[in-house]
Design a protein around this ligand. Sequence first.
Ligand code: 6LW
Length: 537
Amino acid sequence: MKSLFLNFIFLFGFIFSIHTQQGDVVAPSTTLPNPVIPGFNPDPSVCRVGDDYYLVTSTFEYFPGVPVYHSKDLINWEHIGYCLTRNSQLPLDNCRSSGGIYAPTIRYNKGTFYMVTTNVSGKGNFYVHTQDPAGEWSEPVWVNQGGIDPTLFFDDDGKNYLVTNAMADGKTGIALSEIDLATGDILSPIQHIWGGTGGRYPEAPHIYKINGWYYLMIAEGGTEYGHMETIARSKSIWGPYESNPDNPILTHRGLPGQYLQVQGTGHADIIEAHDGSWWMVFLAFRKAGGDFHHLGRETFLTPVTWNEQGWPVVSADDIVSPDIKVKTLPLVSVARPLVRDEFDKSQLNLCWNFLRNPDPATWSLAERPGFLTLAGNSVTLDQSSSPAFVGRRQQHFNCTATAKLEFEPSAEGETAGITVLMNEKHHYDLHIIREGEKKCITLSYRIGNLKHVAFKAPLPEGPVQFRITAEPLWYTFSYLPAGASEFIPAGKMESRYLSSEVAGGFTGVYLGMFAEGNAKSKATPAYFDWFDYDGKD
Ligand code: 6LW
C-alpha cells in the first residue's frame, strides 16, 4: 500500500505544478501540494492571528536570518520579510557552515509576535519581538538557558515559559523554565520534563494547552532517515508527562527506497485553523534519486485529527502520502515569485541571501542602476567566510537559472560568475577569469578536497549569459557569449556530490552570483544585469 502512494510522488509533483502555475484563486484543493514551501526551509514553526498565518524557518550561516512567510490557507505562502536583518541581531563572524541560526519558533501573545531561536555560533538562545511581522524586529533578548530548539509558551494565568532540548536535573531531553518575557530573566529552576520515547536527540519541543491538558510534542531520531515526531501530555506544565501510546505520530523511517521519496519527516508544529480544523507543518526532504537529497529539508503540511483518547492523529500509518486528499481551507493564492529579477529596485528582493554578514563594499544596487554590482575581495567561495556572493534557494528539482554578466577582469585571479553552492567545500562554478591577455570562461567543481577545472574556453569582450539547467540527478552548464545566437555547452555534473549526504550539514543548495578579487588590486566590478529563476516542477 505504501509503495502505491510513493509511486505517485512524480504525479503529485505534476499536479502541484498545475496548482501553483495558475497563480490565481482556485477551487479548494483536494490534493495537498507538498512541500508547501519548497527548497531549504527546515524546522518550520507556525502561529495564527485571526485568519492570518505566519511561519518561520531556520537559516544557519545565511543572512538575513529567519524568513517570515504569510498565508491565509496554510498552502500558499508569501515571503514577507526576515526576523534578523541587522548584524546586531545576527552576528555570524566565524560561523561554520550549518552553524549560526538553528531552529526558530514563532508565537503570538497579546498583540506581540515573538521569534525565539539559537545562534549556535554566538551567544545561544534569544528571542526578538515585533507588532509587525513583515517589518523590523527588536534587538535580541538573551535567555540564560542552554540547548537548542527553543520554544515559548504563554499560559492562561499570565505565566510565560521557555522550553529547550537541554540537560537539566542530570537528564538529557526537554527542559522547562518560567521566564520574565520583558527581560528574558529565568524565574524558576530549569527543570527536566520529558526524555521522549527513547529515540536519539529528543528536540524541537513545542507545548500546547488543549482541553486542560499540556501537550508536549517533540522530534526524535535525528533529522535524517530516522526522524520521527512524538507527543506526551500532563495536567501540569511541569509534568509528569505521559507518552502517547501510539507514538510516533509521524515517521517515514523504514520506508522502501523510491525515486523522489519523501523522507526525514519530523520537527513539527501544530495549529488550530480559524475554521477549527487542525494542521501540522513539519520538515522533510525529497530524495533526488538514490538515497541523497540536495534541495535541503523543506516545509510540508498535513491535516491532523484528534482521536477519542484525546491524542492527535496525523495518519493511520504515521505516513504523509504524496497524494493525500484533504479538505483544505478556502485557498487564497499569492503572487508567483519573480522569474526575472532586473535588479532595478533600491533593495534586493527577499529571495536573495548573503553568506554570513556581507561586506557592504562587495555589493551595490546603486553603483550602476539596474545592475547588481559585485566587487570581489580576497575571500573566495572556498572559504568559510563572507565572499562577494548573492544567492537564492534552489526550490525545484527541474529548473533553469540564467544570469547576464558584464565583467572584463584586468588582473590574474579576478573572477565572477554563477555558482551552485551547498557549502565552501561543495560547489560548481561557471565563471570568467583572466589568463594572461585572454579572457576565458571556466567551469570548475569543488567536491571536498577535490578541485577540478572541467572546461575552459576563450571569451570575446562584452556581456555573457550563464545558464544552469537543473534536473533531479544532474546540473548542466552552458553560456552565451556576446554575439553568439545559441548557448554553448560547458559541461554537466551530478547533483549527488552537492547533497546533504555527501556535503553534510543542515542547509540546501543555493544558486548564486559571485565575484572574487585578488589581494593586490582593487577588484574589477562584476555587473549582473538580470537573473532568471524558472522552476519547472
Ligand atoms: C535543529 C534540530 C535538528 O535545531 O537539527 O537534527 C537542527 N535536529 O531540531 C538544525 O535543523
